[in-house]
Ligand binder design. Structure first.
Ligand SMILES: Cc1cc2nc3c(=O)[nH]c(=O)nc-3n(C[C@H](O)[C@H](O)[C@H](O)COP(=O)(O)O)c2cc1C
Length: 221
């Protein structure tokens, strides 16, 4: 009887667990590409979102489900789980800041993305400084080289994550990260990239080339 039960368990394992694994192996041979299934594993930017709670306590959380959404009006969007403390803060205040950490702030970015402002004061723990934004009701991080003050204009419930689309009211930068023409100097900004697949942070390599110069290879002369 015991043997039978084990056999039934093993059968269930083979039927329920094994088929997807075999399927993935089959997919691996098709065209040399391996199917990872329907998931979000894209290399992503690392932003730190600043917000105030209902008592005015500043909080910071790391977000990578983020993007520029519109150039005119200038808009960005961030996607947060309802379980985060930041989610409730933004729902209440209708505002957030986007703060771009340089590589030297990788430890703070990792910490901001690991613990919750519901339990700890992340600014006190890291020694970083929250500054009240001039144009929106959210704090930015004084030490970070690039910050954006954002006013929420749309809330889109998608599933596990809710997208907060916001209009950028101002961008503030440290002059240290600008080149002579006033453009962002990526070598000085040193932004981070997140690999959601391995849960690791990376730096950005050097410039590959200017877009017109690279595209020229395939343009008709
Ligand atoms: C690199 C990185 C990126 C993250 N991106 C997101 C994200 O885009 N959306 C999200 O809901 N959580 C994201 N998280 C997890 C939150 O930052 C984490 O749950 C955090 O503790 C929430 O803080 P809060 O509760 O103080 O708001 C990320 C974490 C890391 C380390």
């Amino acid at each position: 009887m015991k043997y039978l039960r084990l056999t039934a368990g093993a059968l269930a394992f083979l039927l329920l667990i094994a088929p997807p694994a075999l399927h993935a192996q089959e997919q691996a041979t098709a065209g040399g590409m391996k199917s990872l299934g329907a998931k979000t594993v894209l290399p992503s930017p690392v932003w730190v979102i600043g917000s105030y709670d209902s008592e005015g306590k500043a909080n910071a959380m790391t977000a990578s489900w983020v993007t520029i959404s519109c150039s005119k009006p200038p808009c960005v969007s961030i996607s947060l789980r309802e379980a985060t403390y930041t989610f409730g803060n933004i729902m209440n205040m209708g505002a957030y800041t986007v703060n771009i950490p340089s590589e030297k702030y990788a430890t703070a970015a990792a910490y901001f993305g690991t613990v919750s402002g519901r339990d700890v004061d992340k600014f006190a723990a890291t020694g970083l400084t929250p500054v009240k934004s001039e144009l929106v009701n959210a704090p930015y991080i004084k030490e970070f080289p690039l910050v954006m003050e954002c006013h929420v204009i749309q809330v889109v419930r998608l599933g596990l994550h809710t997208m907060f689309v916001a209009e950028v009211k101002d961008v503030k930068v440290s002059p240290k990260i600008l080149d002579k023409e006033g453009n962002l100097d990526m070598a000085k900004l040193q932004p981070l990239v997140f690999n959601p697949s391995s849960w690791e942070l990376f730096g950005v390599g050097g410039m590959v080339g200017p877009v017109p110069g690279l595209a020229a290879k395939y343009m008709k002369k």
